[in-house]
Design a protein around this ligand. Sequence first.
Ligand SMILES: [Zn+2]
Length: 160
Amino acid sequence: MKRNHVLSWDQYFMSVAHLSAMRSKDPNTQVGACIVNEQKRIVGLGYNGFPMGCDDDMYSWERSGEFLDTKYPYVVHAELNAILNSIQNLSGCTLYVSLFPCNECAKAIIQSGIRKVVYEDDKYNGEPANLASKRMFTDANVEFVQLSYSLKVTVKQNNH
Ligand SMILES: [Zn+2]
């Protein structure tokens, strides 16, 4: 007899996005992204972090103060990392992300050929960058769908 209550595809890929977010060293915001092709295969993963070679111990995660002393000029968002880390052309792919994309990531999503964005949290709903993303997605025919639930993924280590 088979198991019936397995994860749905949406739950599965959003869970992988959450798992990726656990790698983020940002003390305030951990975002994960998972790109899936039309065969439902994962082709890109990402989380918010500094570029290669930019040491986490040398850069600050601060959100306020002098611009160059904050995280903002340096951090690569989860969606962009997932696109840049991807292993194939992304035309027709779907991006799962735990937080609705900012306008900078929206541009990269559109230009990469991704056709659908599935997101969970939309905490910046109505703010300018958020509105710009929605405007561009709408004009570029990138579908964006919010999950009707939120997921909690935990990893528990049992030493033996
Ligand atoms: Zn972004």
